[in-house]
Design a protein around this ligand. Structure first.
Ligand code: EPU
Length: 441
């Protein structure tokens, strides 16, 4: 199986990137489609490994799902026949736990395995399970099989307040709230724009979901029927990958379509770094090398802050900065798997300790007092990168490694292409269009 990229780096990348649809909306709209009556047509669905795996999973449950055009997916769930998510899919597709909502809606009970997914920390779903219980779902966990058994005893109703916000948790509880015409309220929610897109989709099919300051109120969800196809938003993570690559390679790339408010914290960091950023028109932005790249300090946080998914790309840009930069990861533990790999290219990066007051509040994961964490790196800029053999271990780290290889002189091998392709559509084609030398081997 060809699962590596052969990359000859060192060239400035120039041209245009048309963004694909957002992975983190596509996955949720597909899962929520199983709560609709009749056909559901989704447009701008990226053909990426995570989406293709999820489609296999919902087909294994009895749903129909077919691409009618490259990025148009039609789903029909009238023949759902199974309420058990196969372990084979459950361990591969992290969002499979979101199937709690459609399976409970359809069958009243279901069996869902504890999720696997990206290697970016423990990623427990404790807050989400608490939320399900608070809304009236009975849940038992079987430690031997690794399965949750969930049952609806009465229609979900009431309120749940997240201790700390969760993106997919907010979305799953919102979908649970669709199972009733009683009021369901979720508080201390995540505010990612991908959640807003999901709300738009559900409301356009008859749901009544309102977002108020830090809370979501679901007051109608039954009988969802699509009136017209829904087009999902662009992938802002993809934009960040190509924009940082453009500037770090001393290139010039126009990227769109994108709404400015989805990337404002990223644009701010790019401007601080002295990158050329120009709004062209029609939701298009130009990112280009203007003058020396300045070192910056990045601290990740949920929306509207600088997203955790963007920090590996930020690190790639900082390899080319004129000085020392700091990246402090607050959302996930263990999101620096790319550091040791970048060192193989000659990058100078060290883990450092930054004292934090109240770490259990400051960090968004469940911080344990006596556990050692590595949440901060210091990057020396002006790196002369050379070729190496690199191994991808998680999605966003993978994109950063492929980009670093595109900056490095000589021919590099990047292993684990299928992990990168869980989230990036036509990566090889898009890079080639910008003049990058890359091929799959
Ligand atoms: N957390 C818990 N318990 C929970 C829920 C979350 O400890 O019950 C922790 C997580 O381990 C993490 C923090 O809380 O440390 C925030 O997690 P959150 O639940 O918000 O993240 P997620 O829903 O699992 C989604 C995206 C991620 C993105 C984050 C942050 C999807 C499928 N995934 O993850 O995307 O980084 O929100 O915006 O929507 C990616 O695309 O590469 C990716 C990892």
């Amino acid at each position: 199986m060809t699962d590596s990229y052969l990359i000859s780096g060192g060239k400035p990348l120039k041209g245009e990137v048309i963004l694909s649809g957002a992975k983190n909306v596509a996955l949720k709209t597909i899962i929520a489609a199983l709560m609709f009556k009749g056909d559901v047509t989704l447009k701008n669905i990226p053909k990426i490994n995570d989406v293709l795996d999820l489609i296999e999973l919902i087909k294994s449950l009895g749903a129909k799902a077919n691409f009618t055009e490259k990025n148009t997916l039609v789903i029909n769930s009238s023949n759902l026949k199974s309420n058990r998510v196969d372990l084979q899919y459950g361990s591969k597709i992290r969002v499979s736990f979101m199937l709690f909502a459609p399976l409970l809606n359809h069958f009243g009970e279901c069996f869902v395995p504890n999720p696997g997914g990206c290697r970016i920390g423990a990623r427990p779903i404790d807050r989400i399970i608490k939320g399900l219980v608070a809304l009236g779902v009975k849940i038992d966990y079987d430690t031997e099989t690794g399965y949750y058994h969930a049952k609806i005893l009465k229609k979900p109703v009431g309120k749940y307040r997240f201790e700390k916000p969760s993106h997919t948790g907010t979305e799953l509880l919102m979908m649970i709230g669709l199972m009733t015409d009683e009021k369901v309220q979720i508080e201390n929610i995540a505010n990612e724009p991908e959640i807003d897109d999901l709300i738009l989709y559900l409301n356009s099919a008859g749901a009544i979901i309102k977002e108020e300051k830090n809370k979501i109120i679901i007051s109608k969800g039954l009988e969802l029927i699509q009136k017209e196809s829904f087009t999902i938003m662009s992938d802002r993570n993809e934009l960040v990958t190509y924009a940082t690559l453009a500037v770090a390679s001393r290139g010039d790339v126009t990227i769109g379509p994108i709404d400015e408010k989805l990337i404002s914290s990223f644009l701010e960091i790019m401007r601080q770094a002295g990158a050329g950023v120009e709004e062209i028109s029609n939701y298009k932005y130009r990112f280009f090398y203007k003058s020396e790249i300045k070192p910056i300090n990045i601290e990740t946080s949920p929306h509207p802050g600088f997203m955790t998914d963007w920090q590996p790309s930020g690190a790639i840009l900082m390899l080319k900065a004129n000085g020392e930069s700091i990246i402090h990861e607050r959302v996930f533990e263990n999101r620096f798997s790319y550091v040791e790999e970048l060192k193989k290219l000659g990058a100078k990066i060290d883990f450092v300790n930054i004292a934090v007051e109240n770490p259990e509040i400051f960090y968004h994961f469940n911080h344990e007092k006596d556990k050692k964490y590595q949440q901060t790196i210091k990057i020396q800029g002006n790196s002369e990168l050379h070729n190496a053999i690199l191994n991808i271990s998680d999605l966003r780290a993978g994109a950063a490694l492929a980009c670093a290889a595109l900056l490095a002189e000589g021919e590099s091998v990047v292993n684990g292409a299928s992990i990168l392709e869980r989230g990036y559509e036509d990566f090889v084609e898009k890079v080639k269009k910008l003049g990058g030398e890359i091929r799959k081997v």
